[in-house]
Structure formats: C-alpha cells, structure tokens
Design a protein around this ligand. Structure first.
Ligand SMILES: Nc1ncnc2c1ncn2[C@@H]1O[C@H](COP(=O)(O)OP(=O)(O)OP(=O)(O)O)[C@@H](O)[C@H]1O
Length: 260
C-alpha cells in the first residue's frame, strides 16, 4: 500500500507544553481513520498540523510524496487536503448555493475578486461551478435549503454547509472535526452513512477526530489513539477496544466508556 498521507515524527511544543510528541502513522487511500483520545490529548493540534493551520516544531506531514507541513491552509487545501466544519469559512450574507459556488474558486483560474466583479473567466467558471454546487447540495440532501441565507441556518445545517464548502474544493483527503458533536442517535447514524458515501461514492480518504465512541467504532477502518500528546495505540476498532493502554487512558476521563 502506498499511503496517501504520512504523519512522520510530528512534535508540537507550545513553550514548555508538548501538545504532540513524536507522532507517526500512515493513512491509506480511501481509508476512514479516526483519531481518538481523552480531552486535551492533542487531537486538534494534530489535525491543525495536517491541514496547515499549525506548523510542527519537528517532524513532517507528507501528502502523496510531497511535504505539506509548514504550508498555509489554503495551499494545503488546493493540493487536496481539506479540514471542514469551520464556520469562519461561511459567508453569512450568501445563500447555501452561493457559498458552495464561491468555494469552488479555491481551485479556479479566476480570482475570487473576479467572481464578485464578473470577469470573463469567472463567468465561464460560473456555469460549471453552479452545476457542481448543485451536485454537492443534492449529494448532501440539502435541496430544501439551497436558496436559504446562511445567516438563517440552524447549527445542524451550518455543519452540513461546512461539509459542502469543503467538498467544493474537490479534496482527496477530508478532515472532519467532531462530525457527530451535538447530534442525537438518528442524526449520528445519518452522518455515519454520509461519511461512508464520501468514501464509497466520491473516493475520498477521511480522517476524523471524534469523542462519540460508538460512532467511531462503527465507522472507522482504523483508529489512532493519543494520550498526553503521544500515540499509544493504532489498530482496527476491535483491537483498539481491547487495548489495555487505551482502556487505561479512558478510565477516569470524561469519555469513560470506550465503545460501550
Ligand atoms: N495555541 C496553543 N497554545 C498553547 N497551548 C495549546 C495551544 N493549542 C493547544 N494547546 C494545548 O495543547 C494540548 C492539546 O490540546 P488539543 O486541543 O490538541 O487537545 P484535544 O485532544 O483536541 O482536546 P479536546 O478533545 O478537549 O478538544 C492542551 O494541553 C492544550 O491546552
């Protein structure tokens, strides 16, 4: 297997605090890999380093053979590695469809300014991007809110829009930050099915950070567990559930039951 993504000996220090310590693992193409660990273990820090929001102190992140760590997030995204669920990327005064169209410009020859001022390249892109935006909206089942202003959307729909915006940049690897947070059982099951479809129908590789252990166990091909900034285990869901170091890490934490 040639990995699509490699995390190699990544260490991140904030002053005297080591948030990630010498973490390494590979991700296979079209794999669904979850990163778990108790609160404060260093999961978000790891994700931020993969997506370009934070530069490792030492170590590197390799995507399809090219080092991406140290590049800014928009360059990492342009190469195909995109982190979703960030409300800051949503234009509240635009509709769902307009937001998804605008996000296509990350990959466009025309500048975003061109889109707003109607340059000829932007006009050429617009028809193509409109069709692609509609495909994404249909894929995510967001037809009913296609023309709704983002400012009117409840939290659940905003998260779905965040995913649509991420997909519009045509990623190969998508990083999902707590995709099941705040969801009830039915919503979680729908999101689990959707994440599987991202892989099965759109060929994406999916990395997720998540606290909902039953959902993680259901959805993951493989799981990496970190604790106090260090990788303590890596394996299939059943291997992780039976791993004494993982069980010990979760005992006494807020996520006390793993996979129950
Ligand atoms: N910018 C920062 N400056 C200083 N310390 C930080 C910074 N970002 C994270 N940390 C620290 O690094 C450690 C790991 O934090 P991180 O957010 O990565 O953990 P996490 O596993 O994602 O936690 P949670 O599950 O609670 O979201 C924590 O001790 C946190 O306080």
């Amino acid at each position: 297997m040639i990995p699509i993504l490699q995390v190699k000996n990544v260490t991140k220090r904030y002053g005297g605090l080591t948030a990630n310590n010498d973490i390494s693992f590979d991700v296979a193409p079209q794999e669904i890999l979850s990163v778990i660990g108790p609160n404060g273990a260093g999961k978000s820090t790891l994700f931020k380093q993969i997506a370009g929001f934070v530069t490792p102190t030492t170590g590197e992140v390799i995507y399809k053979g090219t080092k991406i760590s140290g590049l800014p997030p928009h360059k990492v995204a342009r190469m195909g590695v995109v982190r979703t669920f960030q409300e800051t990327t949503i234009f509240k005064s635009m509709t769902v469809r307009e937001n998804v169209i605008v996000s296509h410009h990350l990959r466009s020859k025309a500048s975003l300014l061109g889109f707003f001022f109607g340059s000829s390249q932007a006009k050429a892109d617009e028809a193509e991007f409109g069709k692609s935006a509609d495909d994404i909206i249909d894929f995510l089942g967001l037809q009913a809110i296609r023309n709704e202003l983002a400012s009117n959307l409840p939290q659940g729909h905003l998260r779905a829009l965040g995913m649509a915006i991420g997909l519009a940049t045509q990623p190969e690897v998508i990083l999902l930050d707590e995709p099941f947070a705040g969801m009830n059982h039915d919503e979680t099951m729908r999101m689990v099915a959707l994440v599987r479809r991202l892989r099965d129908e759109r060929g994406l590789t999916v990395l997720l950070v998540e606290h909902d252990m039953p959902a993680v166990m259901k959805i993951s091909d493989r799981i990496v567990c970190i604790n106090f900034g260090e990788k303590i285990a890596e394996g299939s869901p059943s291997e992780i559930q039976a791993n004494p170091r993982v069980i010990e890490a979760y005992l006494g934490s807020e996520d006390a039951a793993i996979g129950m």
